[in-house]
Design a protein around this ligand. Sequence first.
Ligand code: MN
Length: 227
Amino acid sequence: MKHRLPQLPYEMDALAPHISEETLRYHHGKHHAGYVNKLNALIKDTEYEEMSLEQIIHQSDGAIFNNAAQTFNHNFYWKCLGPKKTDPSEPLLKALKETFGSMEAFKEAFSQKAIGHFGSGWIWLVIDEHEKLQIQATSNAHTPIEHHLTPLFVCDVWEHAYYIDYRNERAAYIETFWMLVNWEYVSQIFEGKEHLRLSTTLPLCNNPDDPMCEYLDDLSHQDMTSS
Ligand code: MN
């Protein structure tokens, strides 16, 4: 099974001026694509070749883990953002208030965790093993799904996510991040209406002898390099 770079759920310039088209072209078309391509190269002819992304994350380590987890994390990150202003649903807002005191207090705690995180990583809102909301930071490629927690949304704090637009000012990127959160998507996961369908394999094309699969492979490769 080959893993695919998913298309962005919006246009490359849709998040500007907060996140520029140039950032999205590099972040999606170079960094994210790079993880997907490396993953495919690393798993070829190994026990991981037929596994889903989630299975690879749970069973691998080293470079295979890093590239699988980075693929997963980015697949999720893009879906957590959007150009449209949205708000958390009533049930999610209630849970955020119960856990953090207020929406403002939640944003402040999340922002502080993001600004204070040392080095590369990801800041998450998750549902933990006690069904409670929790802010978590993970370093490098690490991801809460390693521990079977449910991510609700994530902020990428690797420098490649903000360096073109904000240079070293991570705090400025975090501030802008709040204007882009797709609360509709986040609320749907919280309410169980949306599952984390983040595997990017296309099981229809498992058969290497099928010429249609070869054709689709070529098409997706063109998509990947032109974006
Ligand atoms: Mn990234």
